[in-house]
Design a protein around this ligand. Structure first.
Ligand code: NAD
Length: 257
């Protein structure tokens, strides 16, 4: 079955991986709703550009994924959700004893709890339409840990668990729910961590990329946004109809170590 004419909502999609997923789905004829917490002309312009480039309906809806009511309003305002991509995410790096409580709360809210609210709001419609795909953008850090990222790793392990539970609750419907686990991808989220790491270790940008970021990525290459978007498209395809409740790693071998 073609994905053309399906409706997708991608949270946190005015940049990085989310925007790449929206572009890939639009290329396949899917109508897309872009989202972030801002509501600027440039955000709406991104949606207009996708609509023009791919001949689909595309809209931007501002909604703050740290707020449960906003998460549920996003699904309602979109007016239809066949494909839900829970992608919004933030990061903060600090030792556990110095980890600011408000950063912990924000990371858990945006990276994990938002997916609870959007999924809860979207699943009834998917059931009555008789089709649905939910892809949660987790991380290699949903399967393994690193120091100084306690909130992020707790949230990403949490979203892997949430994906499995939703898959079981929807297993007898034509709905799937999976977690995509990327290794490092050079997006604004990662790029913004480089200057601090350069200072901390007295390293050049290239040294940080090779010796810190890609240290645990055996391929020694970043995964690309296009590779992740292609994997999401596969998970939405008929070939993936029996793939549910699992994780798919796109991490250059990281989790094989
Ligand atoms: P990014 O910073 O480019 O994108 C994050 C998106 O989330 C942005 O669109 C941002 O506006 C949005 N966002 C942030 N706070 C929000 C809020 N309160 N409400 C709504 N939207 C909000 O980063 P990215 O690398 O593209 O990250 C996307 C997802 O991929 C995240 O969940 C991240 O954890 C995950 N991920 C990224 C990498 C990587 O190496 N880049 C690796 C593994 C997993």
């Amino acid at each position: 079955m073609s994905l053309s004419g399906k409706n997708a909502i991608i949270t946190g999609s005015n940049s990085g991986i989310g925007l790449g997923i929206a572009q890939e789905l639009a290329k396949l004829g899917v109508n897309v709703v872009l989202n972030s917490f801002t509501d600027r002309d440039v955000d709406h312009a991104l949606a207009a550009e996708i609509a023009k480039d791919h001949g689909v309906k595309a809209r931007y809806i501002g909604a703050d994924m740290s707020k449960g009511d906003d998460c549920r309003r996003l699904i309602e305002e979109a007016g239809g959700c066949d494909i839900l991509i829970n992608n919004a995410g933030i990061q903060h790096v600090a030792a556990i004893e110095d980890f600011p409580a408000e950063k912990w709360d924000a990371i858990i809210a945006i990276n994990l709890t938002s997916a609870f609210h959007t999924t809860a709001a979207a699943v009834t419609g998917m059931r009555s339409n008789g089709w649905g795909r939910i892809v949660n953008i987790a991380s290699a850090h949903g399967l393994t840990a690193s120091p100084y990222k306690s909130a992020y790793i707790a949230a990403k392990h949490g979203i892997v668990g949430l994906s499995k539970t939703v898959a079981l609750e929807t297993a007898t419907d034509p709905i799937t729910c999976n977690a995509l686990c990327p290794g490092y991808v050079l997006t604004p989220l990662i790029d913004s961590q480089i200057p601090d790491t350069m200072k901390e270790y007295d390293m050049t940008r290239e040294e940080v990329i090779k010796n810190v970021l890609l240290k645990r990525q055996p391929s020694k290459e970043f995964a690309t946004i296009e590779q992740l978007a292609g994997t999401v498209a596969f998970l939405c395809s008929d070939s993936a109809a029996q793939i549910t409740g699992t994780t798919i790693s796109v991490d250059g071998g990281w989790t094989a170590l």
